[in-house]
Design a protein around this ligand. Structure first.
Ligand code: ADP
Ligand code: ZN
Length: 212
């Protein structure tokens, strides 16, 4: 499968992407995870991205496109990919379109996961993320077995830097201003699959039904 996952922060893009990787050989590509690893490792890329991320702003389109041009040409992408958090702006969507044309590839769909704002806010404030493998937990609905320790890899599970109230509200505004326009973009491309569901399993079932 070659899918784009669209949706506000907290809509469940990461969770859905992880579940979809179990259906075939597609890989999850999360620009947020790539950037967070770069920040944690203190690389040049991480240094360039850190302040925008902490504030809940977007990092530059040029930076993202240079990461993604390389990533999408790696071997593991041949069997499919689930783009989680990319593209995020119209210029990124246009650049992706050109890149895929050049590579002779076609997307199966751009899936919009549409979740109500109050559900999103609740999820983001209670969400915790593994610093090792990126696994997502929730202190209320899906806690780790041992407090603060990832069930899967044993690394520490923390609240993200950008999951304080101010950065969350900024991320939601940034989504509405810069990313929501992608819904019309992909509708025009004939690729949009819009799903209104809060359960990741429901989202997966609809994707399975509509794609193939
Ligand atoms: P969210 O849960 O908000 O969807 P992500 O993990 O996808 O968060 O992204 C975290 C941060 O990384 C964003 O707030 C932004 O600063 C940066 N980022 C991730 N993907 C992109 C992108 N495609 N374009 C610009 N910035 C990005
Ligand atoms: Zn982990």
């Amino acid at each position: 499968m070659k899918l784009i996952l669209l949706g506000a922060p907290g809509a469940g893009k990461g969770t859905v992407a992880k579940l979809l990787t179990k259906l075939d050989d597609s890989v999850q590509i999360s620009t947020g995870d790539i950037l967070r690893s770069a920040v944690a490792a203190g690389t040049e890329l991480g240094k360039q991205a850190q302040s925008a991320m902490r504030a809940g702003d977007l990092v530059s389109d040029d930076l993202i496109m240079s990461i993604m041009e390389e990533r999408l040409q790696e071997d593991d992408c041949k069997s499919g990919y689930l783009l989680d958090g990319f593209p995020r702006t119209i210029p990124q969507a246009e650049a992706l379109k050109k890149l895929l044309d050049r590579m002779g590839e076609k997307l199966d769909a751009a899936v919009e996961i549409d979740v109500a704002r109050d559900v999103i806010l609740e999820r983001l404030t209670t969400r915790r993320t593994c610093t090792g493998c990126g696994a997502i937990y929730n202190i209320k609905s899906n806690p780790t077995k041992i407090d603060g320790v990832c069930d899967k890899c044993g690394e520490s599970v923390v609240q993200r830097d950008d999951e304080n109230e101010k950065a969350i509200s900024n991320r939601l505004n940034v989504y509405n201003d810069q990313t929501a326009p992608l819904v019309s973009f992909y509708k025009n491309e004939g690729l949009l699959l819009s799903i209104n569901a809060t359960s990741s399993d429901t989202v997966i079932n609809i994707i399975k039904e509509k794609i193939n």
